[in-house]
Design a protein around this ligand. Structure first.
Ligand SMILES: Nc1ncnc2c1ncn2[C@@H]1O[C@H](COP(=O)(O)OP(=O)(O)OP(=O)(O)O)[C@@H](O)[C@H]1O
Length: 613
């Protein structure tokens, strides 16, 4: 009879079979490979045979011996068997440890995200995107459609149908006669009030001079803010960020100098300041200039109108100055709410940062004041609504449109960083379109002067950099990360780490750091995004040796003429359908109005927190 060895798990068939013809009375040995606990070894040995079996210590051996046969399970005692057992135990142990590690890592990640979420909810530092907003990756295949009348006719030779024809090449502007006629007509209808946008609300002391300006002839602001035609400028160098501080000069402060129309015209004509056309000078340090904003106005200087938007701590109203009849936006923050949400420092920072900055693509703060219950911040009214609404209606922007907005934001960030200010809340909800279609960044609630690093957790989940999520110290580079997310969202219609809208999932995805780039993204844009949306701070563009220049000089922005962009000479891709100067807020969503009356007398419990207002 043969020596017959079968190895397999019970009821699961035979994995190994060893059959060897034997003669009666012979002695044999057989090594049964890869036996391990729970493996059955079945042996049949013929009468008179002797068999040594080498197999795993814990293998169950069922010997069906013919009478007179002998089976020894030597494995238990052999060094090979023990070594085999030992190694298999080690491997099993390692495998278990690995599984525990993976699970605990997941658990840790989950706990960290829970913690982050809990802190956010507790302190309301991180904001979800507005509810009811459809952020669906599947919509990204929908081509650009101008949601409202689009000024395709401004683009010479454009059919208005091809993707790239929706926007003039950044750097060259062609202005059609039709657009010029429209501007002139609108100017005749609305008078000069429709021309000078950035006019301070007048206090009784300056009222006289502004009244004069109402009747004055159109100033040079018309030509400055209009989109003059022209050829491509040879100077494509990124402008010096410090060059934009010109209008910070005290003469532009509505309180200290009665604003003559010409002076405002001049500041509008050259928003970047008188020096902006000079060759870019890098590395210049800007001296901080703080405009006087404290207690400049009172409630009685304005007529409050509808709500333009609401935030976590208050709301923004459209108001009309009783003195110059122009329209402004007033952000009203409830002191009690701000204190309760531990936002005292952020609110004071917001006022201080806004007071400091002056840039064509940043909102202008004219003044602040307070009553016993509320804080008030008087800003320009930006009529064109949020970029967010435009993006949601358009689903996604074509490459040149996204590039235009990204370039304006990049200039603003460049400027803020030159003042050591981190913005920290970049998202389309905070980008407003002026009536010409240029961007204005609003909501400086999280802006902060940070020369080196900071740790505060704040921002909007989709836009948080991994170092913020991981509660590490971070610096200005978080704004460049957010720029990457913004560009991605503009090009794709959704954010790269979006995941069913749950902030927890978003944090996990951010920490994992895997981004799927749709095939339709332009290769240059993808290259830029990959270098912005990188967790590796030693590789993130904007955080490298050349700072923001490395972003502005990236190939995707190759055709951008930065000087002309800064002076608003580049035709925006989309002109919001609003009538400027008449308080047209039709592009803003409707909100339930505040029921509590402003300016009521009462104890000022929290006034000491806001002495700067
Ligand atoms: N200057 C402005 N002109 C027109 N609308 C504005 C202006 N400033 C703000 N808004 C509108 O009001 C909304 C809320 O403003 P803002 O984001 O400054 O408030 P917030 O309380 O800080 O909000 P959040 O909770 O998002 O931080 C904006 O999204 C925008 O729609």
């Amino acid at each position: 009879m043969d020596v017959n060895i079968k190895v397999g798990r019970r009821r699961r068939g035979v994995d190994f079979e060893h059959k060897r013809p034997t003669q009666e009375g012979g002695a044999h040995s057989a090594i049964v490979p890869w036996t391990k606990p729970g493996i059955d070894v079945e042996i049949a040995v013929a009468k008179g045979n002797f068999l040594d079996v080498f197999c795993g210590r814990r293998a169950r051996i069922h010997a069906r011996c013919m009478r007179g046969a002998c089976v020894n399970n030597n494995a238990r005692w052999t060094a090979a068997g023990q070594l085999f057992d030992f190694l298999s135990s080690i491997l099993t142990l390692l495998f278990c440890v690995l599984r525990i590690f993976i699970h605990s890592h997941r658990l840790l990640l989950h706990t960290r995200c829970c913690h982050l979420d809990f802190r956010n909810q507790l302190m309301r530092l991180c904001y979800d995107r507005p509810s009811g907003v459809k952020l669906d990756p599947t919509v990204s295949s929908v081509p650009w459609e101008a949601p409202v009348p689009y000024n395709c006719d401004q683009v010479e030779g454009s059919s208005g149908l091809e993707e790239d024809s929706y926007m003039p090449n950044i750097g060259s502007v062609f202005r059609s006669k039709k657009k010029k006629d429209k501007d002139e007509k609108s100017h005749k209808e609305n008078g000069p009030t429709d021309i000078i946008i950035e006019e301070p609300p007048v206090t009784p002391s300056t009222e006289g001079s502004i009244r004069q300006s109402l009747g004055s002839a159109p100033s040079t602001a018309t030509t400055a803010n209009s989109h003059s035609g022209g050829t491509i400028s040879a100077n494509k160098q990124p402008p010096s960020p410090t060059a934009s501080t010109g209008p910070l000069a005290a003469k532009d402060d509505p309180m200290t100098t009665p604003a003559a129309p010409e002076s405002h015209a001049a500041s509008n004509a050259n928003p970047a300041g008188p020096g902006h056309n000079r060759a870019p000078s890098q590395g210049q340090k800007t001296e901080p200039v703080y405009r006087a904003t404290k207690g400049k106005y009172t409630l009685s200087d304005f007529t409050f109108q509808r709500t333009l938007g609401t935030g976590s701590f208050g709301r923004v109203h459209l108001v009309q100055s009783k003195h110059n009849l122009r329209f402004y936006a007033v952000k009203v923050l409830k002191k009690a709410q701000v204190v309760k949400m531990k936002q005292v420092e952020h609110t004071n920072d917001e006022r201080r940062m806004l007071q400091r900055v002056k840039h064509p693509f940043l909102i202008t703060l004219w003044g602040t004041f307070q009553d016993s219950k509320n804080l008030y911040m008087v800003m320009d009214f930006i009529e064109g609504g949020e970029l967010f609404s435009l993006l949601r209606k358009s689903q996604r922007f074509p490459n040149p449109v996204a590039k235009f907005y990204a370039a304006e934001v990049a200039l603003a960030l460049d400027y803020l960083h030159s003042l050591n200010i981190i913005y920290r809340d970049l998202k389309p909800e905070n980008l407003l379109l002026d009536r010409h279609g240029h961007l204005k960044i609003t909501d400086f609630g999280f802006a902060k002067e940070v020369p080196d690093i900071t740790w505060t957790l704040c921002g909007t989940p989709d836009y948080l950099a991994p170092e913020v999520v991981a509660s590490k110290g971070y610096n200005k580079s978080v704004d460049w990360w957010s720029l990457g997310i913004l560009i991605f969202e503009m090009l794709c219609g959704y954010t790269p780490f979006w995941d069913g809208g749950s902030p927890m999932k978003i944090y996990e995805n951010i920490l994992r750091g895997k981004v799927k780039y749709p095939a339709y993204i332009h290769p240059d844009a993808m290259d830029l995004l990959q270098q912005l949306i990188t967790p590796d701070l030693t590789k993130r563009l904007g955080n490298l040796y050349h700072g923001s220049r490395s972003v502005l000089e990236h190939a995707w922005f190759a055709e951008v003429n930065w000087e002309r962009l800064l002076s608003k000479q580049i035709e925006p891709p989309y002109v919001p359908p609003v009538r400027g100067g008449i308080g047209d807020a039709s592009l803003f969503d409707k909100y339930p109005e505040e029921t509590e009356e402003y300016g009521k007398d009462g104890p000022d419990q929290y006034g000491h927190f806001f002495t700067d207002f």
